[in-house]
Design a protein. Structure first.
Length: 123
């Protein structure tokens, strides 16, 4: 179980890094909506010119590789419940790296997620 948790934890940390990088890159995108085809072409071009977005995609892929190993090693119902740790990691990373506010409702919601993870793991 510890080995599975380690793979999920590493996966979630990579995916959190990916989310932070994608958000930073998305904030810098300057894509005008002038029609679906032109918008898509501009968006794809902007993505490949954004180092933050490319790093985010690579981090997400790294997370996926660790996630696949965790899935192979454990039951989906248990492994997937650990995936909820991502809510905690993203909340903290958003605060530290993006300057987002953490209010009482976010803390309560995150605490409820943690309690839910504990209930699933001990069942």
């Amino acid at each position: 179980m510890i080995k599975i948790l380690a793979f999920v934890l590493i996966s979630e940390l990579w995916i959190t890094l990916g989310h932070i990088c994608l958000k930073k890159g998305a904030n810098l995108l300057d894509v005008n909506v002038v029609g679906v085809k032109a918008w898509f072409k501009n968006l794809i071009g902007a993505i490949f010119l954004s180092p933050a977005i490319l790093i985010g995609i690579i981090a997400m892929l790294a997370g996926l590789l660790f996630w696949l190993v965790a899935l192979k090693a454990g039951d989906l119902s248990v492994v997937y419940s650990f995936k909820s740790m991502q809510f905690i990691f993203v909340l903290l990373a958003s605060f530290f790296f993006l300057g987002e506010k953490i209010d009482a409702m976010k803390v309560i919601g995150t605490a409820l997620i943690v309690v839910g993870i504990v209930f699933i793991v001990i069942s």
